[in-house]
Each structure stands twice: as structure tokens, then as C-alpha cells.
Ligand binder design. Sequence first.
Ligand SMILES: [Zn+2]
Length: 67
Amino acid sequence: MRVQCVICDTIEKIDSYCLQAKRLRNRRLNTYMCQTCHDRIGENTKKRLATGQFKFNRERKKEKHLS
Ligand SMILES: [Zn+2]
């Protein structure tokens, strides 16, 4: 079956009987992500976690300033 990456719109062919194809059909939503985007998202998540910690510290400072 043909699947389209939700992020970069790349169309790829996957085995219609593989586990991933089964999952896509069950969900009815096309949530396929190509390997490139999958890897990029993984990196972004790591970065966001690092940034999130930084933001948390900044918010605490802001709270102190307001009170
Ligand atoms: Zn993609």
C-alpha cells in the first residue's frame, strides 16, 4: 500500500501486510512518518526537553519578580 508522510508529504510504499500497514488501517488516520522525519522528530524532542528545563527556570524567576 502507498503511504504518505504526514510531515513532508513523501509517498512511500510499504508492505500491505506488515504491522505498520495494519495499524494505519485500524486507525483510519494516516499517521505515517517517513524515517527521515521520524529521526528529526526524535532529535527535536530531545532539544525541546533541554529547552523546557531552561524555560522552567526562567518562569520561576518571573514568578519571583511578580510577587
Ligand atoms: Zn517525512
